[in-house]
Design a protein around this ligand. Structure first.
Ligand code: SF4
Length: 375
């Protein structure tokens, strides 16, 4: 009998993260399902307010109150015990710390863990690391870059202070910081935004995570620095083989780094699949509209840039039926505004949530379906 294939590193299934507010329940993430395969870069893309950052924060139990996970699962199928990064580097545990002290079960449902508990803290920063949008705000101005790196390393790896410092210098070199030894004594306000983001990436890599979650890590940077940080992330991902969950609203970034794409709208996944397929043949009207609004080289100077009509509604004012129907140029009256379309599997590992695909509703006129349009 053939051995069972390895499960994906991260398997998010029907995740629901809601916020109970005085105005009612805000369903910021409402039934999200996708996977992050081992050694791949998955980009979650969508406009502001579509739930991509809340999804990322749910993975690490970092959703701020009054938000909470109310349903679904986030299964993390870890590859190795948490302390093997130090062992792989030939470093010795600190006195009194035995190898394996920090090991945890290989498969865990992160959605079921106490967000303030010991188990999620062992995963957070150790096996799954996160890089945030604002590096200046994420780094403390009270401590040197070196102190923050050494503290992050010693929190998860049983290393002596000297061994942790040597690892910290090595990490700063790895992320391309010149004069790494000297930069250990610098404070964040003495560094540029790009340098701070490199330090944040070094902190994220400090325990050799199996999954790196990057939440709009280049949004606050100028385009040249942005390109360098993206090059650095893809180079590190290729070298280490780690998986990356990259949150962005920028389709240019997606085209540059993604293996797989997850398109979100108003708390749900509307389309997902391999990046080439999504860019060359988008199936969902929202994906098509997003791609149509990207400026193109060679377009005439007088050519108007396409835009998506209207705005993303507030999640507490979610329209009935398909949440995209008030803005959709292909909406079918009496169908799209009544029932939420189910997810349909397409060829080539693709999935889409739209009545135009898969004959989701008998009430959809044949001419309105993707197949009808092609006939
Ligand atoms: Fe547009 Fe209807 Fe498809 Fe929603 S289900 S994306 S409204 S065609």
């Amino acid at each position: 009998m053939a051995p069972e294939p390895d499960p994906p590193l991260l398997d998010i299934s029907d995740l629901k993260t809601h916020f109970d507010t005085q105005e009612g329940t805000v369903r910021a993430v409402d039934g999200v399902s996708f996977t992050v395969p081992r050694g791949r870069i998955v980009c979650v893309v969508g406009e502001s307010g579509c739930g991509k950052s809340v999804t990322a924060r749910s993975v690490l139990g970092l959703v701020e109150e009054p938000g909470r996970i109310v349903g679904g699962s986030i299964r993390f199928h870890a590859e190795r015990p948490a302390d093997s990064a130090a062992a792989a580097d030939g470093e010795r545990p600190a006195d009194g710390a035995a190898a394996g002290d920090t090991a945890r079960p290989r498969s865990v449902d992160l959605a079921a863990l106490d967000p303030r508990g010991e188990e999620i803290r062992a995963v957070r920063g150790g096996r799954i690391a996160m890089v945030f949008q604002e590096p200046m705000a994420a780094l403390s101005p009270m401590y040197t870059v070196g102190d923050q790196l050494v503290e992050a390393i010693r929190l998860h790896l049983p290393l002596s202070r000297e061994a942790a410092r040597a690892r910290a210098v090595h990490l700063l070199e790895r992320v391309g910081i010149p004069g790494a030894e000297g930069r250990m004594d610098a404070y964040s306000f003495q560094l540029s935004g790009g340098m701070c983001q490199r330090v944040m990436i070094a902190i994220a890599l400090s325990c050799d995570p199996e999954l790196l979650i990057a939440d709009e890590p280049t949004t606050a940077l100028d385009v040249t620095t942005q390109a360098r940080i993206l090059d650095l992330l893809t180079e590190i991902q290729k070298d280490s083989g780690m998986s990356v969950l990259f949150i962005t609203h920028d389709l240019g970034v997606v085209a540059e780094i993604a293996d797989e794409v997850v398109v979100m709208y108003l708390g749900t996944v509307v389309e997902q699949g391999p990046v080439d397929a999504i860019f060359h043949d988008p199936a969902h009207p929202y994906t098509r509209a997003l791609l149509g609004s990207v400026p193109r080289m060679g377009a005439g100077a007088r050519q108007r840039l396409a835009s998506i009509r209207g705005n993303v509604p507030h999640p507490s004012e979610r329209p009935a039926g398909c949440p995209f129907h008030p803005r959709c140029a292909s909406a079918v009256a009496g169908v799209c505004d009544t029932a939420e379309p189910p997810e349909t599997a397409l060829s080539g590992d693709r999935r889409v949530r739209c009545v135009l695909h898969g004959g989701a509703s008998p009430a959809v006129p044949a001419a309105a379906t993707a197949e009808g349009a092609q006939a």
